[in-house]
Write a protein that binds this ligand. Structure first.
Ligand SMILES: NC(=O)c1ccc[n+]([C@@H]2O[C@H](COP(=O)([O-])OP(=O)(O)OC[C@H]3O[C@@H](n4cnc5c(N)ncnc54)[C@H](O)[C@@H]3O)[C@@H](O)[C@H]2O)c1
Length: 317
């Protein structure tokens, strides 16, 4: 298999490229990003460029590509601040990539990283397969439009599409991106790095969470599912376990015994809190469970996976 991964230098993309390259059935991974990556790998060919350029994006899909994993995105806060750039990266680039697949006339598997930001307004708790999407931020609207396009390109036989509505993925290493939910990683990462952290939401703020390992596993599973198992609707909600900010911090203290720790204080920022109060606090998908997608058992499992990663151990995929 020859795979193309966009957003390959990002948090999820880099872990996915690593997992793909480790598979014996993968011949080559074309890793696309505007940013460089420090991680050299056998079987990985880097393609550096801006997906907002239609010329660059349309040239990426050649007839020998079997699977596209489209992860590049200007995430929530970034797309809300810069509507034009968000539309270009989140919407136009996806359409250009789908067009490139259509013109390559090969109908590759197309796995799209969507988001639970497609939900908004008065939400049930948990959000389930029956909850209608109704985005209240541009990022969510752009993701939803891409899902609709993916269904139609699939129906017409131009791609074999699969979209995963991802909850909050933990734990992002290094610097934050523009995601408004970035605190949900920082509250684990920062104290474990020995730094104090001021959390911009109340301790009882609850999020739908999934670990990086389970996310990569889900992206690979999405690519492998037989088309018949999915039917027309290619967008699939993933289950994110409900965890409050307090519970995240408690899990760090429980699991990091003996490690130097920074402290966490809660000082809610009105703007961040308002957005967090309006997103799904838990997601539960029976459909994902039937199709073999696994949620995490607990926040301890998520923190434990991160700690093992810090110790140099591979993701449990
Ligand atoms: N991390 C989460 O909690 C989460 C939750 C829901 C959905 N998602 C989705 O999963 C995907 C990956 O998320 P992530 O957390 O790895 O994000 P990230 O910000 O870490 O990575 C995104 C990558 O896309 C690249 N990129 C952005 N604009 C580009 C452009 N114009 N041209 C080329 N490359 C560009 C960036 O350089 C970056 O490396 C995104 O589509 C995101 O919307 C993530």
């Amino acid at each position: 298999m020859r795979a193309l991964v966009t957003g390959a230098a990002g948090f999820i993309g880099e872990a996915l490229v690593r997992a793909l390259a480790a598979r014996p059935d993968v011949e080559e991974v074309v890793a696309v990003d505007q940013a460089g990556s420090r991680t050299p790998f056998a079987k990985v060919r880097r393609a550096t460029g801006d997906l907002a350029s239609a010329q660059f994006t349309r040239g990426l899909v050649t007839r020998d590509i079997d699977a596209v994993f489209h992860l590049a995105s200007l995430v929530s806060g970034g797309a809300e601040r810069d509507f034009e750039l968000g539309s270009k990266v989140n919407l136009d680039a996806t359409r250009d990539l789908l067009e490139a697949c259509r013109l390559a006339a090969r109908a590759p598997t197309f796995v799209f990283a969507s988001s639970i930001a497609v939900y908004g307004g008065e939400l049930p708790d948990p959000v389930t397969d029956a909850t209608p999407p109704s985005p209240r931020i541009s990022y969510g609207a752009q993701k939803l439009v891409c899902e609709v396009l993916l269904n139609d390109y699939t129906r017409r036989g131009y791609v074999d599409g699969r979209a995963l509505r991802l909850p909050t993925i933990m734990v992002r290493p290094g610097a934050a991106n523009t995601a408004v939910s970035g605190w949900a990683s920082a509250i684990v990462r920062e104290p474990l790095a020995g730094r104090d952290y001021v959390c911009p939401v109340r301790g009882d703020t609850r999020m739908a969470c999934l670990s990086l390992g389970r996310t990569v596993e889900a992206l690979l599973r999405a690519a492998e599912l037989p088309a018949a198992a999915l039917g027309f609707e290619r967008a699939l909600l993933l289950t994110g376990i409900p965890v409050t900010a307090e519970q995240m911090w408690a899990a760090v203290r429980r699991n990091a015994r003996g490690r130097h720790q920074g402290n966490v204080v809660f000082r809610p920022d009105e703007a961040v809190q308002r957005i967090m109060d309006a997103v799904p606090r838990a997601t539960r998908s029976e459909r994902a469970a039937r199709l073999g997608f696994r949620p995490n058992a607990s926040i301890d499992e998520i923190v434990g996976e991160y700690l093992r990663g810090l110790a140099g151990r591979a993701l449990p995929i």
